[in-house]
Design a protein around this ligand. Structure first.
Ligand SMILES: *Cc1c(COP(=O)(O)O)cnc(C)c1O
Length: 506
């Protein structure tokens, strides 16, 4: 598309020229060599010197503009509404960044003597305590680098627990068909066999099916991996009965708390019967994510699993100082370098302490209120998958729109033209033509209302001009991409003209 075809607001966003290198232009002034008269080529002979290395030649000013333009092409939470369900894109409070930039956090080294990093160790210890209290668990490991990593650790702990009791023959783990794909993957990675359980017409665990599956594998059941609120945004109201059934069969309850936005400060998974769970600091606790991390997916456990936690654990010693405890004979070992993604922990700690014990519940209350507001406002144009009060996210099904030749994907792409990031789509797998919207707790009523107006306009376009959706997005820097290759074959580096031309032809 020519730049002149674009609506005026978008013109300024597009870099008109990407390849700005011109022979002879320089952006740096290198100081003269101060190692005497010997030419560099003699000091560094051979391979490192490549006269033919094609480097871009640009001035400093052009370089700055290039990167600023590129960064503004990116969509981010600081730019606009980002209603991604399940994978929660929360506002990242700037005070969190101030905290991580404090010298005592940013400029320390993991090999420093404990006496010189007491403040950092206190944060780790306090975070273990704070998260234990929020989750209703007895202990927390801050080591996992992501939610999926937390699941893996959690399943390793379940495996260690059964092995310690001489029950290694327990090899089945029940997972709802609606679960996040990482759940069955994590269990399988630990050598477990996956037993699926269905979702019923309420949008909840099908209790009859669950009972049948438990019966079938009773003596070999290792556990149940459950997300609550579940992946269609509903609270599993049979949770106490479910936990009882699993415990009676000798299994453990694993909680996927990647997204705990509906529960923080209001309800505790530990009270629902979960024995082990992970929670994503980069979803629930406002740490930024995307672009590969660093994330953090701490794992909380009940006392029965605590002996198996990875080393080290942050501890408060008898003399009141803080340290790292490696003396844990039943520990499964190490799952991460040092003590985990420390600065992610500091950010989440700042967020939790900002609200404080008294106000933490406002996070979940506002998250649930905002999601229900969108559900109700959109329900007459967008069919809700399960028409009842939702938790922190609401799920729509656009299967009826196939008659207009429009898919959920087309709606998602059209949303980009209205200036919003698309919601999560095609997850969970059990909902056909699924859109999953999660507004989070910080969005204002004006933002939500404007989004509703845009969504309703798109719903009208479905009837009047479906081609507009099928060919969307129209005003983004790029059209439709190959979703898999766009993430796996990132084209991030400058390449000389010839090479660039060659890749374009591929
Ligand atoms: C995001 C998510 C995960 C995985 O977390 P990552 O940090 O992306 O590995 C697991 N379960 C649910 C429900 C999630 O939303």
């Amino acid at each position: 598309m020519l730049v002149t075809d674009l609506p005026p607001t978008n013109k300024v966003l597009l870099p008109t020229v990407f390849e700005i290198s011109r022979p002879g232009r320089v952006g740096v002034a290198m100081p003269a060599s101060d190692v005497g008269e010997t030419p560099i080529s003699e000091l560094l002979p051979g391979v490192p010197l490549r006269a033919d290395l094609p480097l871009p030649e640009v001035t400093e000013g052009e370089l700055v503009r290039h990167f600023i333009k590129m960064s503004s092409l990116n969509y981010c939470v600081d730019k606009g509404f980002y209603p991604l369900g399940s994978c929660t894109m929360k506002y990242n409070p700037k005070v969190n960044d101030m905290a991580v930039n404090l010298g005592g956090f940013a400029r320390i080294h993991p090999y420093q003597p404990e006496s010189t990093v007491q403040g950092a160790l206190e944060v780790l210890h306090s975070m273990q305590e704070n998260l234990s209290a929020i989750l209703g668990m007895d202990a927390v490991s801050l080591h996992p680098a992501a939610g999926a990593h937390g699941e893996l650790l959690g399943m390793m702990l379940i495996r260690a627990y059964h092995a310690h009791r001489g029950e290694s023959h327990r090899k089945f783990v029940i997972v709802p068909t609606a679960a996040h794909g990482t759940n069955p993957a994590s269990a399988a990675r630990c050598g477990y066999k996956i037993v699926p359980v269905n979702t019923d017409e309420r949008g909840l665990v099908d209790m009859a099916h669950l009972e049948a599956q438990i019966e079938k594998h009773r003596s070999e059941l290792a556990g149940f991996m459950l997300t609550n609120p579940n992946t269609v945004g509903l609270f599993e109201s049979d949770i106490l009965q479910i936990s009882q059934m699993i415990h009676d069969a000798g299994g453990l309850m694993y909680g996927d708390g990647a997204n705990m936005n509906a529960l923080v400060g209001t309800a505790r998974p530990g009270d629902m019967g979960f024995d082990v769970m992970h929670v994503n600091l980069h979803k629930t606790f406002s740490v930024p994510h995307g672009g590969g991390g660093p994330g953090s997916g701490p794992v909380g456990v009940k006392a029965i699993l605590e002996p198996f936690l990875p080393v080290p654990q942050a501890v408060k010693k008898a003399d009141g100082t803080f340290g790292l405890d490696y003396e844990r004979p039943l520990s499964i070992g190490k799952v991460a370098p040092f003590a985990g993604a420390f600065l992610a922990v500091v950010r989440a700690y700042a967020y939790i302490r900002h609200y404080g014990r008294e106000n933490l519940h406002r996070i979940s209350e506002d998250a649930v209120l905002n999601a229900n507001y969108l559900r109700v406002e959109l329900a007459d144009t967008f069919p809700v998958a399960y028409d009842r009060v939702c938790m922190h996210e609401c799920v729509f099904t656009l299967k009826e729109w196939k008659k207009f030749g429009v898919k959920a994907l087309d709606v998602a792409k059209r949303i980009i033209d209205y200036g919003y990031h698309p919601p999560t789509m095609y997850f969970p797998l059990i909902v056909p033509e699924c859109l999953m919207i999660e507004p989070t707790e910080t969005e204002s009523i004006e933002t939500l209302d404007a989004f509703v107006v845009a969504m309703k306009q798109i719903a009208a376009e479905v009837q009047t001009d479906p081609e507009l959706l099928r060919s969307a997005p129209h005003i983004a820097p790029v059209r439709r991409l190959d979703e898999a290759f766009a993430a796996r074959r990132l084209d991030l580096a400058w390449s000389p003209q010839e090479k660039f031309a060659a890749t374009m032809e591929d």
